[in-house]
Write a protein that binds this ligand. Sequence first.
Ligand code: PLP
Length: 400
Amino acid sequence: MDQATFIKKYATNRANTNSLKWDALDQRYGNPDLIAMWVADMEFKVPEQVTQALTDRVAHGIYGYSYTPDSYYQAFINWEQRRHGLTVQKDWIRFGSGVVNSLYALVNTYTQPGDGVLILTPVYYPFFNAVQDNHRQLVTSELVNDHGHYTIDFADVEAKIKANEVRLFIQCSPHNPVGRIWTAAEETRLLALCEQYHVLVISDEIHQDIEIDPQNHPFISALTVADGRFTDRVIVVNAPSKTFNLACLLNSHVIIPNQVLREKYDAAINRLSQTEVNVLGQTAGQAAYESGAAWLDQILAIVRDNYHYLKTQLAQHAPQIVIADLQGTYLTWLDLRAYVKPEFTRDFIQDKCGLAVDFGEWFSSNDQGFVRLNLATDPKYVHQAVEHVVQAIEQLTTHA
Ligand SMILES: Cc1ncc(COP(=O)(O)O)c(C=O)c1O
């Protein structure tokens, strides 16, 4: 299907659907008329096979207690194998009602109050909350920002692990918001440090399928790094939700290859809750893994084109905006500080450009002046956003 036909078929106006992104603009930003480019979900309907599977399930009309069928496991296991060369065994898999929920459970299971938990900042803000709400000691290592290309400061990571007796590292891979897909060399070095200092690793791989340039920057799961050398100390959390726009169907995975860690997790979860699976979430997830690959490839092409458009237009008309390399995720990270004083970013983006974005300081207290824009959207919104930013910058420079 050509891109215009795909967009016509799948892009949708989400107003009046209780969409957090669109219908909560007034509540969250004090202005209902902004273009919503925050929250990591999409303006595209799910693959039609997913809609069909849900429709069939709903037509049955009964939502009594369910279990996860073998066909769900097979669909997910096949997807991981086909798409990423990752072998997942059925008995490693546990289910959650969202990755953030599982992060909280995992922090509680494997650490004690006061223990050091490391994160690399700037990072998806619930990472901070999962550590601090549970009264663990938050330990941060800043990524190094070289004109929009972010790398890990390994010396700082090691020093922080040592100084704070870090017990757990929560990594974001691919990394939201800076768009990096960590290389095999980076992952090996990072996980080797964790091994050396007996640090357990949670790898949040929810964005695993959003690869922008897979030839040059393929996603590498922490479970496959160095031929699986670190598998025993890694727990992966992922879900079909980012890949297929299913966030509110509340179905996610916790993958624990190490049997001792798995038993500990099961015991901890059993003390807290006895939840059943979400039958609609699993119906949708299975159909997506089985038949959603072509749809995803179209979405990725749109994200790539949106990114290319944003980059080339801003390079031409607002060349001092630094745009981070987008290798993974559909979230682009812009540094506006050459044009706008950090404390005026909100006025600039909301009031002058009419955009609702995620602000840099949500991801790190040092990152006021940065904004995150969601590119998994109808290109018309990206075109409008670029136009508004360029106009607002022209006004700033002519009035300066
Ligand atoms: C890195 C990361 N983890 C988790 C989530 C949210 O996952 P869930 O909705 O399953 O809690 C997001 C959403 O943006 C994310 O970017």
